[in-house]
Design a protein around this ligand. Structure first.
Ligand SMILES: C[S@@+](CC[C@H](N)C(=O)[O-])C[C@H]1O[C@@H](n2cnc3c(N)ncnc32)[C@H](O)[C@@H]1O
Length: 385
């Protein structure tokens, strides 16, 4: 699933209390669920939803399976709902309530704030933003013109006050800026500089960072940088056009070359969200997905281009890695883990991000003096990727 499982585990670990959602989103919650949520019946819900059956996404139509459809729509606070599929992958959805609330909390949105949302989808989050910022303060950009039209209609019948624009959210909406708050509900690896430029000094930008984690940045007084802390472990669908190849596709091009004993405790890695996030920071071009099996754990690892690893632990003895391609990704994971340990094993909340016009990097503990990783030098015109 593209959103939720990490968040769910983390929330449970952190003793998450749905009541806190209400407290963190004053004015946005009534009757136990956010105002305007299709789950509460505010916005008109899409008649067609999709569910993952273990192999692919399956259509669930309101007219054909009303009970199954309602179950997906009124999913629990840790479940997202897929509302659009293209090429077999989700391209739009209703984010899970816990993540929506967490990101609104991180945004520190106050009445009167001019707000830019990227990724309108059904308009549910835009309605929540407008409930807090006030009418005429929210602009939302959606890539898909049909979704934008449906969201516009939805928002009109639930009170209006939100301007929906069709376009690429990575260029923002300069004609209505500058903004006090910017929030993206699709994931980017590199924060588009346009978002920083269109945010007032001292304003906040909240966005899902690529494959894992969401970050809140504050724009500096001179507008020439933005930095801030990792806020949680949300996983969102990527910006349209930025999807890379899947693990299977990378593996198919490169037959197995080496089989080795894996140097880490795979079960511990699977269970430790802090370690998984740290590896995402320290080895940013390596994608790792782990899943528990009946008696063990499997990890699928790839770099999106040339190399892959399949690591399996069957509950007895050490885990074994098969690796293919020019890189030995299982070994790179092991060295990344050691680097994390040597840095004092910073937790998820100890990491942060800095964006300047010419670079973006992650750090731990302190933006100036802490260790840094994953420096990217976005090229001119490189908006999101
Ligand atoms: C997870 S959904 C948004 C969830 C939503 N805001 C809610 O209220 O639950 C992500 C949306 O972002 C849109 N999107 C993806 N890439 C985009 C881009 N580059 N510009 C604008 N919209 C984009 C998708 O079409 C999709 O509707």
């Amino acid at each position: 699933m593209w959103e939720g499982s990490f968040v769910r585990s983390l929330r449970l670990l952190a003793g998450f209390d749905p009541l806190l959602v209400a407290l963190h989103c004053p004015g946005a919650v009534a009757g136990g669920l956010p105002v305007g949520s299709p789950r509460r019946g505010g916005l008109s819900p899409p008649p067609r939803l999709w569910t993952w059956n273990g192999h692919d996404y399956e259509v669930v139509d309101r007219d054909v399976e009303p009970a199954g459809w309602a179950q997906l729509l009124y999913a629990g606070p840790y479940e997202s709902t897929v509302t659009q599929i293209a090429g077999g992958l989700p391209t739009s959805g209703l984010s899970c309530e816990s993540v929506v609330a967490d990101m609104l909390d991180s945004l520190v949105l106050e009445p009167g704030h001019t707000t830019l949302e990227l990724g309108t989808a059904t308009g549910r989050n835009a309605r929540l933003l407008a409930a807090q910022a006030g009418p005429g303060r929210v602009v939302s950009v959606e890539y898909d013109s049909q979704l934008a039209a449906a969201a516009t209609a939805n928002l009109e019948v639930t009170g209006g006050g939100v301007k929906v624009r069709v376009g690429d959210g990575n260029v923002g909406a300069p004609e209505d800026g500058p903004y006090d708050r910017v929030i993206s509900t699709y994931a980017v690896e590199t924060v588009p500089w346009a978002w920083v430029e269109q945010t007032r000094p001292g304003g906040r930008i909240v966005m899902p960072w690529g494959r894992l984690g969401h970050v809140a940045l504050t724009v500096a007084a001179d507008g020439q940088s933005a930095h801030g802390w990792v806020q949680g472990l949300a996983t969102f669908m990527p910006s349209r056009g930025a999807e890379g190849p899947l693990w299977e596709q990378v593996r198919d091009g490169h037959p197995t070359a080496v089989e080795t004993v894996f140097g880490l405790d795979l079960a511990a890695l699977h269970a430790d969200h802090h370690a998984v996030f740290a590896l995402r920071v320290i080895r940013p071009d390596i994608q790792v997905r782990t899943a528990a099996r009946e008696h063990g754990v499997t990890a699928w690892v790839h770099d999106g281009r040339s190399s892959w690893a399949l690591v399996e632990y069957d509950g007895r003895g050490p885990a074994v890695a098969q690796q293919g391609g020019p890189r030995c990704l299982a070994d790179e994971l092991t060295s990344g883990w050691r680097e994390w340990q040597q840095a004092g094993a910073p937790e998820l909340w100890d990491f942060g991000m800095t964006r300047t016009p010419h670079t973006q990097y992650m750090w731990a503990h302190d933006p100036e003096t802490g260790p840094r990783w994953g420096r990217r030098e976005p090229k001119a015109g490189d908006l999101a990727a």
